[in-house]
Design a protein around this ligand. Sequence first.
Ligand code: CO8
Length: 258
Amino acid sequence: MAYETILVEQRDAVTLITLNRPQALNALNSQVLVDLGAAFAAFDADPSQHCAVLTGSEKAFAAGADIKEMADKLAADFFLEDFFSGWQSKVVATRKPWIAAVAGFALGGGCELAMMADFIIAADTARFGQPEIKLAVAPGMGGSQRLTRAVGKAKAMDMCLTGRMMDAQEAERSGLVARIVPAADLLDDALKTAAAIASMPPMAAMVNKEMVNIAFETGLAQGLLTERRLFQILSATDDRKEGMAAFIEKRPGVWKGR
Ligand code: CO8
């Protein structure tokens, strides 16, 4: 399928999605959401695909929501369109694991999109920020919530109230990114990591993702109960039997995906 604002390719079991609006530093307009929604839905539905990588360019993962598209909208437009809600239903709703590989600017909606990923691998050139306050607005795609959960109140307040950028080292120290790699190795490293995830039993990968996400949605007792129930469900899969047999027989497992 051809997309207007992104490039999509399959590398074995890994889907690579590249934001492709270089003239606007990959600013996220409505078409990007339409394209990403379709690409993530196709990825989720394709039984040959088990992990995805979302990346941008060397200069910018994404420099934010598209300010030019939003500038003339009225409050009623934002409200009636329930503007930004599609990011939750079309991107965050992806059930299979995916990684954001971030180089350069990840600002505003760009930082928020990266935080929708299961984790972020950052190039040493990556810079994260929520500069919306400088436009007299505030994050609208999850920044105030996901950034606060990732880096804590002090740093999140610092970022949102000053609009300053955080470099890759600070982002790793603060828990926003999983690891930093040299910019030249970013894509290779992210694709290798995705291939490693894609080689795992697929249902187990989806359940592990769901379990970790539940930690952000519920209290400890309910989270622990849900974890046990999901663990018990996984134990009924053919892959669980195969995984344990393969370990005992000292051979790699062969997964059915169920
Ligand atoms: N939206 C639209 N276009 C953009 C955006 C953006 N977020 N960011 C950059 N561009 C465009 C520039 O306008 C420029 O286009 P042109 O060549 O036609 O003038 C092109 O991309 C290249 O950008 P620069 O020339 O500015 O490149 P620099 O290297 O000089 O600077 C920066 C790079 C620092 C990243 C700079 O472009 C910048 O500050 N961008 C905006 C960052 C930002 O504020 N992001 C947050 C956006 S707001 C948001 O995400 C959510 C809520 C918004 C609600 C608004 C309601 C009205």
